[in-house]
Design a protein around this ligand. Structure first.
Ligand SMILES: [Zn+2]
Ligand SMILES: [Zn+2]
Length: 323
């Protein structure tokens, strides 16, 4: 029995009468996390984890009703028992567990296993059907340890200081930038963030997450500047004078990406599961059926089929730019 079906607005649960991460406004939306491809404004009512409420409010505005639940706290929607569990992706991110007449489905949202001081670690769940993301669902995507990536960022920043250059680090304004600020060594020099990053940092700080302090202005040749990837090449970046540019993203694992985007450096740091983590998580769910819902859907679904699992590539419309 299918507990979810793909409708024009997204993944719909008929016995519970709600959508999960719909991409157009609906009556009731269960939201895995506040990235724009998962949290569309305009729905009448939302359900999200307590720790994700302020980020969701930031995304959808003050008007709609936002109901919250603690991780693991069961609720009943229609005839379905619903609970939200940590996904380890960004602050307040969740997997959605659905239980109806003995049948259990889990929708992963976006997730990762790598350590991240800004969110609760991923919780493995058992289910009959698992709906997984697949943003980096190719064997080439394997992440280095996050601590060694931070070491490389620190070394790059110090070398730029010696060369009299500002360090311009591009990172997703929601999640990645704050993960960097929670792990960076602020004793190296002053840190400045773009206003789009700063708005999200304020929400993280309200949630008592310790981020490195940032300054409104500095001697730029000693500073680290964190900005959204869309700022690369903009007039705004020229105000920092001579600068070295870098992007922190899982896409930097692909050779040639750095040069194509005319960046001086690339740091492989992702808020998504890499290929081994996807396979491990899918395995640990013991799911009989896997729906592969975004990213490299077909390659992952095919690999799972070849390894004896029932897997379907589902045409969901979730895409992020610099994950
Ligand atoms: Zn996301
Ligand atoms: Zn996503």
């Amino acid at each position: 029995m299918a507990l979810l079906e793909l409708r024009a607005s997204g993944l719909y649960c008929a016995p519970g009468d709600f959508y999960i991460d719909p991409w157009s406004p609906v009556d009731r939306a269960v939201i895995t996390h506040a990235h724009s491809d998962h949290a569309c404004p305009g729905s009448r009512a939302y359900l999200t984890p307590t720790t994700g409420a302020s980020l969701l409010q930031f995304r959808v505005g003050p008007d709609p009703a936002i109901q919250t639940a603690g991780y693991g706290e069961p609720l009943t929607l229609g005839e379905v028992r619903v609970s939200l569990h940590p996904a380890g992706h960004i602050l307040g991110s969740a997997q959605v567990r659905l239980e109806y007449r003995g049948e259990v489905w889990v929708v992963s949202g976006d997730y990762k296993l790598a350590p991240d001081p800004t969110c609760t670690p991923f919780e493995p769940l058992r289910c009959h059907t698992f709906v997984t993301e697949s943003t980096f669902g190719l064997p080439v995507f394997r992440w280095p340890a996050a601590a060694s990536v931070m070491d490389a960022i620190h070394a790059w920043w110090r070398a730029n200081q010696e060369a009299g250059k500002a360090s311009l680090l591009f990172a997703h304004a929601l999640g990645k930038a704050q993960r960097l600020l929670a792990a960076i060594d602020p004793s190296i020099g002053p840190i400045h963030v773009h206003e789009a990053v700063d708005r999200v940092c304020q929400i993280y700080r309200q949630n008592r997450l310790p981020l490195a302090p940032t300054v409104p202005t500095a001697e730029w040749s000693r500073a680290l500047v964190i900005a959204p990837p869309s700022c690369h090449g903009s007039a705004w970046t020229r105000s920092f004078g001579n600068a070295s540019t870098a992007l922190a993203s899982g896409w930097m694992r692909i050779r040639g990406t750095r040069r194509r985007r005319s960046l001086d450096r690339g740091f492989v740091l992702s808020d998504h599961a890499d290929w081994p983590a996807l396979l491990r998580v899918i395995d640990e769910t013991r799911a009989e059926t896997v729906w592969v819902a975004h990213g490299y859907r077909e390659p992952l679904a095919r690999w799972l089929q070849e390894h004896g699992r029932r897997a379907v590539a589902v045409e969901a419309r979730f895409e992020e730019s610099a994950s």
